[in-house]
Design a binder for this molecule. Structure first.
Ligand code: UDX
Length: 484
């Protein structure tokens, strides 16, 4: 199948590379000429596992990059729209990029094509695309509009694409549905799994279920899925706050409720709240589309409110651990909105760093992938970017874990303790066991679990920490005297 994918961001690039991996001829289009030039030169613009491998394998064979939308539309049977749908100030989805693409597609169409919404869009978008096509003189029998939402998580997007739980096709005609079925046939038949280059995480992965619905239902499936997942996170964060107040352990509570098969244990990790390019934007858009349709979806307002408060509660925890924040040196591990990605959009970590800077802290930050992107959105002053978690911890008054990178869960604790001025860790992702941390000599705060502290100075290592603290206090007070 000849496929055009319009938009070479996270969704478009992954989709394009994966369609090529399934054996299709793909043209990946973007109106950002410099991005196309970089892709043509073999650069990989985003940090995404397996993507470099797929781009290297298919570029110049089943996958080409092109800045010319009309040319790509004419050459392809199916056109996937994967352009951005950011939030407007009112919280609705800004569909101007989708509309602009639809208009250009209308000008280029010369025979039957299927236009597929791949970006997350509100219900009724397919109808609008249809209207744009008709208004621009395309005969109704020359096109169909289909909704084929993606459920890709950043960091595991390639695997999510090739080993999905389900494929949803919202199509109102059999002709368009059967073209989409054909595109995904290597996955639904399981034939890809015997020849694919990207391995599954499990042995003998099952073929995904394919669900064909109306276009409107498919559009709603996407928004409702993300809203439900975000609700799960805010729910467990609210429970975590109650656990803290009651002196219970949210980890134990999660295990207990997750054993109910109707609830399940996934997506129940408490922390500093969800972020990223999808949940915050999609929840706002879903709430506002519901309102437009006459339903006040107040549950979603509360989900968003809990998420916002979760960051503030963590900041309050930092204050209560460190007393005053002015001039404190804080090591920050993690700037990406979650582990496995360089994306800092709506990252709770970025938000917290901004708040700490406002309070006068000096930040020593490290993230394995997101430092460059973080620098683009954070103020210049007050932040030292470090080469490793240990460099960040060096002579810091406390260490904050803000992203659930796997490497932050396996740090050398005694090395860390010796580097820190004070052995204080505030873990916004619950990566460590509180008892272990207390026995390693840390004053350890996490989310929804009792705070355990080492009772008093007992070992030589603890004394070394105290010496660190004394040295730091001495050098800072002499500096303060000198500068006054
Ligand atoms: C999400 C959806 O999972 C995906 O299906 C959709 O297509 C796009 O949006 P993504 O934004 O990549 O994917 O990240 P995801 O792994 O879902 O995590 C979203 C946020 O929730 C992250 O900030 C993460 O740290 C947070 N999270 C996730 C929690 O706080 N607790 C959890 O238990 C799970």
């Amino acid at each position: 199948m000849r496929i055009a994918v319009i938009g070479s961001g996270y969704v478009g690039l992954v989709a394009g590379a994966c369609f090529a991996e399934l054996g299709h001829q793909v043209i990946s289009v973007d109106n950002d000429e410099s991005k196309i030039a970089r892709l043509q030169a073999g650069e990989v613009p985003i940090h995404e596992e397996h993507l470099p491998q797929l781009l290297a394998k298919h570029h110049g064979k089943g996958l080409e990059f092109n800045g010319k939308l009309m040319e790509a539309v004419r050459a392809c049977q199916v056109i996937f729209i994967a352009v951005g749908t950011p939030s407007t100030e009112q919280g609705t989805a800004d569909l101007s990029h989708v509309e602009a693409v639809a208009r250009t597609v209308a000008l280029a169409i010369d025979e039957y094509k299927v236009i597929v919404e791949k970006s997350t869009v509100p219900v009724f978008t397919s109808e609008w695309i249809r209207k744009v096509m008709l208004l621009n003189g395309v005969p109704a029998e020359q096109f169909d509009v289909v909704s084929n939402p993606e459920f890709l998580r950043e960091g595991s997007a390639v695997r999510d694409f090739l080993y999905p739980d389900r494929i949803v096709i919202g199509a109102d005609t059999e002709r368009s549905a059967s073209l989409l079925r054909e595109i995904y046939q290597p996955l639904t038949s399981g034939s890809y799994y015997s020849r694919g280059t990207i391995p599954s995480l499990i042995e003998a992965p099952p073929s995904p279920q394919l669900l064909v619905t109306s276009t409107k239902s498919a559009e709603l499936i996407k928004h409702a899925s993300n809203a439900f997942l975000a609700t799960k996170i805010s729910f467990i964060n609210a429970v975590a706050n109650i656990c803290e107040a009651a002196g219970a352990d949210v980890g134990e509570v999660c295990r207990g409720i997750g054993m109910d098969a109707r609830i399940g244990s996934k997506f129940l990790n408490p922390g500093i709240g969800y972020g990223g390019s999808c949940f915050p934007k999609d929840l706002k858009a879903f709430a506002s589309v519901a309102k437009e349709l006459g339903y006040d979806f107040r549950l979603l307002d509360e989900v968003m409110g809990i998420n916002e408060r979760q960051r503030q509660l963590f900041l309050r925890k930092v204050r209560s651990a460190l007393w005053t924040l002015k001039d404190k040196r804080i090591a920050v591990l993690g700037l990406a909105f979650k582990g496995g990605t360089d994306d800092v959009r709506e990252s709770p970590g970025i938000d917290l760093v901004k708040s700490l800077l406002k309070e006068g802290c000096a930040i020593r930050a490290f993230d394995p992938a997101a430092m460059q992107r973080a620098q683009e959105v954070l103020p210049n002053a007050g932040i030292t970017y470090c080469e490793s978690a240990y460099e960040a911890a060096s002579q810091a008054d406390a260490l904050l874990i803000l992203t659930d990178w796997q490497e932050f869960a396996t740090l050398n604790l005694s090395r860390l303790r010796n580097l820190l001025t004070y052995p204080i860790i505030l873990d916004g992702r619950n990566l460590y066991d509180p008892t272990t941390m207390a026995s390693e000599g840390f004053i350890y705060y996490s989310v929804g679990r009792p705070n355990l502290q080492y009772p008093s100075i007992r070992t030589n290592a603890d004394l070394a920490v105290t010496e660190n603290a004394l040295m730091s206090i001495k050098s800072r007070s002499s500096h303060a005297v000198a500068s006054s």
